[in-house]
Design a binder for this molecule. Sequence first.
Ligand SMILES: N[C@@H](CCC(=O)N[C@@H](CS)C(=O)NCC(=O)O)C(=O)O
Length: 348
Amino acid sequence: MKNKLLTLMLGAAASLVLAGAASAGTLDDVRQHGFVQCGVSQGLMGFSVPDAQNNWTGMDVDFCRAIAAAVLGDGTKVKFTPLTAKERFTALQSGEIDVLSRNTTWTMSRDTSLGLKFAGIMYYDGQGFIVNKTKHPNVASVKDLGGATVCTQSGTTTELNIADYFKSHKMDYKLLTFEKNDEAIAAYQDGRCDSYSTDQSGLYAQRLKMQSPDDNVVLPEIISKEPLGPVVRQGDDAWFNIVKWVYFALVNAEELGITSKNVDEMKATSTDPEVKRLLGATSDDGTAAGFGIGMGIDESWAFDALKQVGNYGEIFDRNVGKDSPLKIARGKNELWMNGGLQYAPPVR
Ligand SMILES: N[C@@H](CCC(=O)N[C@@H](CS)C(=O)NCC(=O)O)C(=O)O
């Protein structure tokens, strides 16, 4: 009897140790693997897209590179996992990925009932519609789409917004959904649906890949708010803080005029205390000025991210903005001081 009790107690203690080991934390896991496991789309120009050699580029890709630079000192140490809209949350819940950076809309149900947490808004978007003007010369507005068949991808906010919009405007519609986005686009191009709908950034990206881009027009209305941002698991505040503050660092750096080109010089010569704190420069009394150590990472976390990936504006311009084929205007994604919504709390 005594022996049986002892065995039970030892068993319980062993499972506690095991449980402890399994929840050591994402930061430890990332260090152990030597790379960040980043969930991205299967291919969306401007956000996450692989080339023939499987080199990934895009805003969402750059965000994961910035995390890897901040945590491991090397922005190339990222393993990208392409995920459909449907697969993305399960991949994060199961631990297959450390962060989901996949044009994902922050909604209440996703933030509260999936065991997940949004860490910021990398891109303020909204849902739009595209139509082929040669096939539908009389459609100039979403209001002209009564009775239309609309193609979209399943597992997205797009599906639900269409239902809300058409119902509330008392318009008939038919929805054709596809698990893979390429299938939705193919159906639209084959004329199986009158319009294709998704986040407006996605419409501009898909349009460039269509057989005759100029025949396809994006209708003027935006029917929803689509704040797109990175997602982590609930219950790991240390990792959540890192992901959140990498995003804030990119935005603060743009505000402070720190770029990938001048970051060395700024670190060496800037007398602005906020710049010194962000870049982990030594303060006048010789102590560390930054807050990296408090997050369990190096004082050069933001310096490494900015040097290797650039600030928010550089990331935007190169992937979706003026220096990219998409040429999307900064709009709502301008810094708050320039009339936009991008705003980060101070590094203090
Ligand atoms: N932001 C929306 C839509 C996200 C979404 O999956 N959009 C599609 C259409 S642009 C997409 O990214 N497809 C690319 C892929 O599945 O790889 C959401 O979070 O539900």
